[in-house]
Design a binder for this molecule. Structure first.
Ligand code: PLP
Length: 466
């Protein structure tokens, strides 16, 4: 069943229901699945079909038009923050959401962002609508940051860049394009992956399947499995790749492995689709973190890249990012861009200006740009320090001889601890450590001072809960 049919039936069901109830009360029409035509909705997770059977009993009472709307489960990542807020224990730690915190565990606004915002106020900049594709200076800056200003794809105007609503919105726009122009094409996503990827493709009605990525035995990359699954996928599939700092595992392919991944994608005529949410935040270097994308572009491949400035500029709530489509010709890029705009217009009309101006001001001003790089290195450095201290604490405290060195091999904001759901539950219920149930912890939410406490929690959960 498609979401369209869901939407249509959701909109039309209640009035039909009340009419049938009314008629039923008059004894003219029996209330039943047939007359209400709810049959098709049985498998719909959004609609509680059972609740309609109550309609006949509560017919005299006011019935909500939304009676059939079920309570949605909390989001697996953002729901963790809600649970954290409700906990009054002073030892509590929020390692759920991937947001950078200072050593005092406070949110951080980058100095360059404050400076860019001051500049905007001084210049008295207006709040007029942006064009559908976004701010031209932002689009130029973001594509150059990703590919490098002298990259042939930029010089030859082969990149269609459209400002998006951060990483999520940019992925969603690309998904809409896949659904419209590549009907039936599959997107291959890593197992595991960032929790929202599946939602995005489900909502865009793009079929997806998983390729092996994580090997629990080594807590490392299942490279052979990954290659085999990409090879086995139908020719012309889209392969979603995390450009750097794979979320949730923190495990990235090596440059040699990236080459082999590119080989098999080319062999199978697949289309690489990069999700770059951590450029500069993984290694501290913008160029190094764009290495995977540039390697594919240098082979002359057509590819998609979604970008986000949530983490590397700390612009989480500004919703600033972009979708870039590299094409083989400038002409194709122009056509792709026109269609991306056409898709964006009825969805959200045009993107927000504030974050776009911040990025354009920071990247466009050599002094601010250098200051940004220094701040990014500082943030990436703090995360590396807590990663090291967590490893040291685990190794010093755990007398079982378990090898915790996988933690040091991971990169970026996250560490995939290897803890299962029951063990992750123990982390939260007993130790007040809030994290996603797949065993992922955000090291950006950890301080040096809390590493020992966290090590105690992990050791207890790992050894005492099965
Ligand atoms: C892999 C990945 N992609 C995309 C995003 C998108 O984030 P946002 O929409 O805040 O830019 C995230 C955020 O956590 C992520 O981890």
């Amino acid at each position: 069943m498609t979401s369209t049919s869901t939407m249509l039936s959701l909109a039309s069901a209640p009035p039909t229901a009340s009419l049938s109830v009314h008629e039923n009360l008059k004894g003219r029409l029996k209330l039943g699945g047939g007359s209400l035509s709810f049959n098709k909705e049985k498998a719909n997770p959004f609609i509680n079909t059972k609740s309609f059977s109550r309609i006949s009993m509560v017919a005299a009472v006011k019935i909500s038009r939304f009676e059939g709307v079920t309570m949605a489960p909390p989001d697996p990542i953002l729901g963790v923050s809600e649970a954290f807020k409700a906990d009054n224990d002073e030892k509590k730690l929020n390692l759920g959401v991937g947001a950078y915190r200072t050593e005092e565990l406070q949110p951080y606004v980058l100095n360059v962002v404050k400076k860019a915002e001051n500049l905007m106020v001084e210049r008295g900049e207006n709040k007029e609508y942006l064009p559908i594709e976004g701010l031209a200076a932002f689009n130029k800056a973001t594509a150059e940051l990703l590919f490098g200003a002298s990259n042939p794809v930029i010089k030859e105007q082969r990149v269609a860049t459209v400002q998006g609503l951060s990483g999520t919105g940019s992925l969603r726009l690309a998904a809409a394009m896949i659904e419209r122009y590549f009907p039936g094409a599959k997107v291959l996503i890593s197992s595991p992956t960032w929790g929202n990827h599946k939602n995005i493709f489900n909502d865009a009605r793009v079929p997806w399947s998983e390729y092996r990525y994580y090997d629990p035995k080594t807590v490392g990359l299942d490279f052979d499995g990954m290659i085999a699954d990409i090879k086995a996928a139908p020719e012309g599939s889209f392969v979603l790749l995390h450009g750097c700092a794979h979320n949730p595992t923190g495990i990235d392919p090596t440059p040699e492995q990236w080459e082999k991944i590119a080989d098999v994608i080319q062999e199978k005529n697949h289309i690489p689709f990069f999700d770059v949410a951590y450029q500069g935040f993984a290694s501290g270097s913008l160029d190094a973190d764009a290495g995977s994308v540039r390697l594919f572009a240098a082979r002359g491949m057509e590819l998609l890249v979604a970008q986000s400035y949530s983490k590397n500029l700390g612009l989480y709530a500004e919703r600033i990012g972009a979708i870039n489509v590299v094409c083989t010709s400038a002409d194709a890029a122009a056509r792709v861009k026109s269609q991306l705009k056409r898709l964006a217009r009825p969805m959200y009309s045009n993107p927000p200006i504030h974050g776009a101006k911040i990025v354009a001001n920071v990247v466009g001003d050599p002094t601010l740009f250098n200051e940004w790089k220094a701040e990014m290195e500082m943030m990436a450095g703090r995360i590396k320090n807590v990663r090291q201290k967590l490893y040291d604490s685990l190794t010093a405290k755990d007398k079982s001889g378990k090898d915790w060195s996988f933690i040091l091999k991971q990169i970026g904001m996250f560490s995939f601890t290897g803890l299962n759901k029951a063990q992750s539950d123990n982390m939260t219920n007993k130790w007040h450590v809030y994290m996603t149930k797949d065993g992922r912890i955000s090291l950006a939410g950890l301080s040096l001072a809390k590493c020992e406490y966290l090590a105690d929690a992990i050791i207890d959960s790992f050894h005492n809960v099965s």
